[in-house]
Each structure stands twice: as structure tokens, then as C-alpha cells.
Design a protein around this ligand. Structure first.
Ligand SMILES: C[S@@+](CC[C@H](N)C(=O)[O-])C[C@H]1O[C@@H](n2cnc3c(N)ncnc32)[C@H](O)[C@@H]1O
Length: 263
């Protein structure tokens, strides 16, 4: 699978930062509670590393709990949208599979939000085992295409997804299922975590912006330069939701897998 096109588009990164959902505080509270529950003696809220950080959706909230947070991402375009000069937070261009700038047993928590599925798991998991302190935690989580409250809206979305599925780089749209089987390095809790509220209300225009932040549209467009499926979907949704600015209620499926390096 050629992943070089992932998140390297300037336009896609702009849509990403504007229209992707952020996570609510419950997610970070859940992760921190797990970390704290049986943390090792060396674990002291010193350093968290957020891999595949993008513009920093998880990196910034972690600074509430950890003394120092490093966001790492492979994409210059995504990092260009990360905030600069935030106290105790830094962003680095790099890959999750090579964390050479981190010493052995130096990290308390590693997170990967909507990014674990893109990594080379053998290499990444070896780095995780190396850099985490004993008792440190790896938390990976993801959401995927939301469902729309009105059935007719959902049907239109499914039709669009079906059309684009030829360009979807993973073998399933069911992220909870995928996250259940990806190789996490430690014995872990796997759950479709319902405590994190992933319902959002958006206008049709915002929803289309969200779709433009997913790579599959851009891959599809590369192969089909004249494709107008997204415009057609927008027109259908505007009919269903009556006018451009009426609100659509979305629910994103969400999964969290969390595990601890043995003491
Ligand atoms: C869907 S975005 C997630 C961004 C953010 N963490 C969030 O939760 O919204 C996936 C991110 O993973 C990054 N990425 C993909 N492969 C990577 C790798 N091997 N190492 C580091 N980052 C990677 C992409 O550039 C992109 O910013």
C-alpha cells in the first residue's frame, strides 16, 4: 500500500484542521485514570508522546496532565497547522516507527489518535516497548465515518462511500473491528468506548468539508479527475436537510484500545 499520499495535501490538511472533530475531555480523563491506576514507580506524569499528532487534537489536551508533551507526525502539511509556542508542548516531524530522539524507558504515555492503523506495527510496537517506562501506557483510539441521524442522509452517505471504497486503503470501514485486531504490543483492554461523546451537529457545508478531509476522496479524484460525487452528495443532503444551513446530527463510531507495559 502506497501511503506516501496520506495527509500530504495542503488542501486536505486545511479541511482537516477546520472540519475534523476534536476529542472531548472524557477521553483524556479515561486514559489518565488508566495510566494512574497501576502506574510504575518511575511514572510521574513527566512525558507524553502523541504519534500521528496531525494539528494536535490530542497533543494539546495532554498538556493538562503531563509536564512535557511531544507530538510527532510524518506530514509537514499537517504540522503546519499545529499551534506554535504552547508552553511544554513541542511538535516534531518524524515517523512513529523511529523514535530515536527518545531515550529508553523515558516516556509515561504514548497516544495515537486516528493514526495507529497507518503505522508499521512491528516497528512501532518495538519502539513503544523501548521508550515506555515500565508501567507506562499506550492508548490508541479512532473514529471513522459518522452515521447521520436521518436514514435518507445515511443512505446517501453509504452510496458515496461505496463508490469511493475502491480507494479506501484499509480493508474495512469498521474501525472498532479493525482496532480490535491490530497488534497492540501489550495485553490490553479493547472496547468500543461509549463514554466518549462523539455526537456532533454540523451544517451540510461543514459535513462536506469533513468528507474533504478524508484521503479517499483525494485518491478517488486522482483516478477520476472529473468526478463530482461529492457535489452530488451535497445536493442530496441539502434536499434532505432542506436548506444548506440546517443542522445534521452525526454520531462517529469510536474505539479505544489501551494497554500497559509490564512493570
Ligand atoms: C487521521 S490523522 C490523525 C490526526 C490526529 N491525531 C487526530 O486524532 O485527529 C493521521 C495522522 O497520522 C499521520 N501519520 C501517518 N503515518 C504516520 C507515521 N508513520 N508516523 C507518524 N505520523 C504518521 C498523518 O500524517 C496524519 O497527520
Amino acid at each position: 500500500m502506497d501511503k506516501s499520499i496520506l495527509y500530504t495535501g495542503k488542501e486536505m490538511a486545511e479541511y482537516y484542521v477546520k472540519y475534523r472533530p476534536t476529542y472531548n475531555t472524557k477521553l483524556f480523563e479515561t486514559i489518565v485514570e488508566f495510566y494512574e491506576r497501576d502506574k510504575g514507580q518511575l511514572c510521574n506524569f513527566d512525558l507524553a508522546v502523541d504519534v500521528g499528532c496531525g494539528p494536535g487534537q490530542s497533543t494539546l489536551p495532554l498538556a493538562k496532565y503531563f509536564n512535557h508533551v511531544i507530538g510527532v507526525d510524518i506530514s509537514t502539511e499537517m504540522l503546519a497547522h499545529a499551534p506554535k509556542d504552547v508552553d511544554r508542548v513541542e511538535f516534531k516531524l518524524g515517523v512513529g516507527e523511529d523514535l530515536h530522539f527518545l531515550q529508553d524507558e523515558s516516556v509515561d504515555l504514548i497516544t495515537a489518535g486516528a493514526a495507529f492503523h497507518w503505522l508499521d506495527h512491528g516497528k512501532f510496537n518495538n519502539e513503544v516497548k523501548r521508550v515506555l517506562k515500565p508501567g507506562g501506557v499506550l492508548a490508541v483510539y479512532c473514529y471513522r465515518f459518522p452515521t447521520i441521524e436521518k436514514d435518507a442522509g445515511n443512505e446517501a452517505l453509504l452510496e458515496y462511500q461505496k463508490k469511493l471504497s475502491q480507494c479506501w486503503m484499509l480493508d474495512t470501514y469498521k474501525m472498532e473491528e479493525l482496532y480490535g485486531r491490530l497488534p497492540h504490543p501489550f495485553a490490553c483492554e479493547t472496547r468500543k468506548y461509549d463514554g466518549v461523546d462523539m455526537t456532533r451537529e454540523v451544517t451540510v457545508t461543514e459535513f462536506v468539508g469533513l468528507l474533504l478531509s478524508f484521503h479517499d476522496w483525494w485518491l478517488y479524484k486522482k483516478d477520476n479527475p472529473h468526478a463530482d460525487d461529492i457535489q452530488k452528495l451535497q445536493a442530496r443532503l441539502e434536499e434532505i436537510f432542506y436548506e444548506e444551513n440546517s443542522v445534521m446530527k452525526l454520531t462517529y463510531p469510536f474505539g479505544l484500545v489501551i494497554g500497559r507495559k509490564p512493570l
